[in-house]
Design a protein around this ligand. Structure first.
Ligand SMILES: Nc1nc2c(ncn2[C@@H]2O[C@H](COP(=O)(O)OP(=O)(O)OP(=O)(O)O)[C@@H](O)[C@H]2O)c(=O)[nH]1
Ligand SMILES: [Mg+2]
Length: 398
């Protein structure tokens, strides 16, 4: 699974990405700082099962900090999107190309309203971030619409004459966007579009289909960034009125905390509601001041920086993901080497025991017999739907 960090230029996408991945990427106060997409590893924050099971774990693919599991997930930071991007303006096609494979999107906006629709600096509070959201989503739609419209008139007629399947045709055109036939079918049904007469679809109906495809296959949430600035609160209130999932974010604050923790200056686990200074003697007066600001303007105001919350919401909220702990010894909850609860996997919502086997090792799936729920020793069939925090042993013929 892949989550994309998107938005207009200069809103803090790369800052969000750097805070989540600790990758050194370019961050600057002007539009189009990012040209090439950045791909990195962020972490999903989940409650580990170690305490509940009364064991001391020894993680391999993830980290456990005092009962909190941090599990690696992929994040991509892309170029900013401006009006006309679907026709190649700005770095348009580049952006769109880089988010094709994303399963969900974190749409970063400048909640302080201090950048205009193109990402240029304007007096704080003067820009309306709800308009930015509409622009970015509309450009995305126009781009997808363009892909379909190119040969729609001809193709729809051919489909009617030859009895071809419109669902298959559309899924084919959109396969680069990780859109499946089932997705296409669902959107067509939902919008009451006539599959036997595609040539009669109006442009508005084709656009309606595109919007449906975006919301289904690229679900998104709003990260209301720069929430530490004084002009942010009214815009956050306005964003909340849109009915969208909005998470106030202070990416710059998260980046500061993550870096300070990395250098052993503070104790802070991403997503925590507070941090503690562990090496006060090593802090410069500027660092003391910066941490004080973060504490007051972010932690005490919003309860957290919001970066981790946005990542968790993307996986658990938008994608209905589950975290599963595969083990080889269901009594010791360990692998063959005796590492207790070695791995934690993030699986798509609806994944089965067989899907888990495939994720662990394709061979394990090929020789799959059944699985065992380590909590109660019960057998699970191949099609058993995994629950969040399941501890599972896969039994195979090999
Ligand atoms: N006050 C404040 N400023 C922030 C925050 N996050 C980012 N910024 C600033 O916003 C500016 C743009 O940050 P970037 O991360 O480069 O933005 P971007 O969206 O990746 O920009 P492009 O790659 O040009 O599209 C920089 O000056 C950051 O320091 C935040 O949480 N609070
Ligand atoms: Mg950037």
């Amino acid at each position: 699974m892949l989550v994309g960090v998107v938005g207009k230029p200069n809103v803090g996408k790369s800052t969000f990405f750097a805070a989540a991945t600790l990758k050194d990427v370019q961050i600057a106060d002007y539009p189009f700082t990012t040209i090439q997409a950045n791909v990195g590893v962020a972490y999903l924050r989940a409650k580990c099962v170690c305490k509940e099971m009364g064991v001391t774990d020894k993680p391999r693919n993830s980290v456990c900090v005092d009962g909190t599991r941090l599990i690696p997930v992929k994040l991509v930071d892309v170029a900013g999107l401006v009006e006309g991007a679907s026709e190649g303006r700005g770095l348009g096609n580049k952006f769109l190309d880089d988010v094709r494979q994303a399963d969900a999107l974190i749409h970063v906006v400048d909640a302080s309203g201090s950048t205009d629709i193109e990402g240029r600096k304007v007096p704080p509070g003067s820009n309306d971030p709800t308009k930015d959201i509409a622009m970015v989503e509309h450009e995305f739609d126009l781009w997808v619409y363009g892909i379909l419209k190119r040969d729609w008139e001809r193709a729809s007629k051919v489909l009617e004459q030859t009895g071809g399947k419109v669902v298959e045709h559309l899924a084919n055109r959109l396969s680069g966007l990780s859109v499946t036939e089932a997705d296409v079918e669902q959107v067509i049904l939902h919008n009451h579009l006539r599959t036997e007469k595609p040539s009669l679809w109006t442009d508005a109906q084709l656009m309606q289909f595109v919007v449906g495809i975006r919301t289904l296959t690229k679900p998104s949430l709003i990260a209301a960034n720069k929430s530490d600035l004084p002009t942010a609160p009214p815009n956050i209130a306005k964003l909340n009125q849109t009915g969208r999932k909005v998470i106030p974010c202070a990416s710059e604050a998260e980046l500061l905390l993550r870096r300070a923790a990395e250098h052993g200056l503070i104790h802070y686990v991403p997503g925590d509601a507070n941090f503690t200074v562990i090496a006060p003697e090593k802090l410069t007066s500027a660092q003391v001041e910066a941490l004080k600001m973060v504490d007051e303007k972010v932690m005490k105001t919003f309860g957290r920086t919001g970066v981790q919350e946005a990542i968790n919401e993307a996986y658990f909220g938008l994608l209905n993901s589950v975290v599963v702990f595969p083990v080889e010894d269901e009594t010791k909850l360990s692998d063959k080497e005796g590492n207790v609860l070695p791995d934690a996997y993030v699986m798509k919502g609806g994944s089965t025991a067989l899907d888990l086997a495939r994720t662990v090792h394709t061979e394990l799936a090929d020789s799959f017999l059944y699985a065992i729920d380590a909590r109660n020793g019960k057998r699970l069939a191949a099609d058993h739907k995994l629950n969040n925090r399941d501890i599972v042993k896969i039994v195979s013929t090999k």
